[in-house]
Design a protein around this ligand. Structure first.
Ligand SMILES: *[C@@H]1O[C@H](CO)[C@@H](O)[C@H](O)[C@H]1NC(C)=O
Ligand SMILES: *[C@@H]1O[C@H](CO)[C@@H](O)[C@H](O)[C@H]1NC(C)=O
Ligand SMILES: *[C@@H]1O[C@H](CO)[C@@H](O)[C@H](O)[C@H]1NC(C)=O
Length: 314
């Protein structure tokens, strides 16, 4: 279970987040999507649920309808095994508390049942991939071991880079932590602003508080950067490829979410085992936990031009 190779994979997969989170400026998802008319309908539905405790028949399902405690427990049923590194840390309630903050902005709650199921399966697939200690021969298969970690083990550096906006606190390490692991001071900085938590001084908040760890992940999921869409925008069909995107085979679908998360580490060179693990997890989660809906088009990024580095506002 503690195969060194596997941990390494987790760490490398996480490192990729650097580029991506870097690109996520501390603008709020709200600013970007507030104009979507579907959000007004969603708001009245969520309000009705809050007031009456019952979802009106005309309203689409909510995140808590789709991610029940049973689904969460089944999806991550080995996270509290004795061998799991973050044993006891991740809870259903911590996910739900984080999800409720972003649900009114459309997280898992927009586009109708199939799109909602796909978005949630995609979100959890990336989380599971980044935090898994599963392998091909593992009990219940390779995709049943997500949320095994909540941080990079044995970091060999502090992940500190000089930054005027987000200076390192001396002696503090910015190694990977969370559900979509965050690396480097310049990623902890903006994420902390978004979460209203002082992550530069106290990055360990992400390994002490599972709600904030999930919140950081969902914030990243919802937040576009200047030159790339958010995974949320891709999964709900809001992102439309430009001519350049189309020429580079960057088309709407799960594959493009891998591209904006992992870039050239996993995309653009045909088969890649890490890309394959994300896709396998996505398909497994859809089939088993999210309505058995089809995964949609363009689920891999093997032939996609990688999101240019300029996409990341370094
Ligand atoms: C529910 O989803 C459908 C898409 O399938 C959409 O057309 C409709 O407006 C949604 N209804 C509400 C109340 O959000
Ligand atoms: C986690 O952080 C949230 C938001 O700041 C806070 O409301 C909650 O009480 C914290 N939970 C724990 C266990 O400290
Ligand atoms: C499209 O790609 C070309 C060639 O790489 C580049 O010169 C141009 O600036 C791109 N256009 C946009 C809008 O990104």
């Amino acid at each position: 279970m503690k195969g060194g190779g596997r941990q390494w994979t987790v760490v490398v997969a996480s490192l990729v987040m650097v580029v991506v989170v870097l690109a996520a400026m501390p603008q709020t998802a709200q600013a970007k999507t507030a104009t979507d008319p579907r959000l007004a309908v969603l708001a009245s539905c969520l309000n009705a649920v809050k007031l009456t405790g019952v979802r009106p028949e005309t309203c689409n399902k909510t995140v808590s309808d789709l991610v029940t405690v049973d689904v969460f427990e089944a999806m991550f049923n080995h996270r509290n095994d004795p061998t799991a590194h973050a044993q006891g840390f991740w809870t259903f309630d911590s996910f739900m508390d984080a999800a409720k903050i972003y649900e009114p902005l459309g997280f898992g709650s927009i586009g109708g049942l199939d799109i909602q199921n796909r978005e949630l399966a995609a979100f959890f697939a990336h989380v599971a991939h980044s935090t898994s200690c599963g392998w091909s021969g593992a009990k219940d298969g390779p995709y049943a071991w997500g949320l095994c970690y909540n941080q990079e083990l044995a970091p060999d550096q502090l992940y500190c880079k000089e930054s005027l906006l987000y200076p390192c606190v001396p002696g503090v390490g910015y190694q990977g932590r969370g559900a979509f692991p965050i690396y480097w001071n310049y990623n902890y900085g903006p994420t902390g602003i978004a979460l209203n938590a002082d992550l530069l001084h106290h990055p360990e908040i992400l390994t002490n508080n599972a709600t904030l760890a999930f919140q950081a992940a969902v914030w990243f999921w919802m937040t576009p950067a200047l030159t790339r869409p958010s995974p949320h925008q891709i999964m709900i069909g809001e992102w439309q490829p430009t001519k350049n995107d189309t020429l580079a085979h960057r088309l709407p679908g799960f594959g493009m979410t891998i591209n904006v998360i992992a870039g050239d580490e996993e995309c653009g060179h045909g088969e890649d085992p890490r890309m394959g693990d994300r896709i396998g997890t996505y398909q497994k989660f859809l089939t088993s936990w999210f309505g058995n809906v089809d995964p949609g088009e363009n689920i891999d990024c093997g032939l996609q031009g990688v999101v240019p580095l300029a996409y990341a506002a370094i």
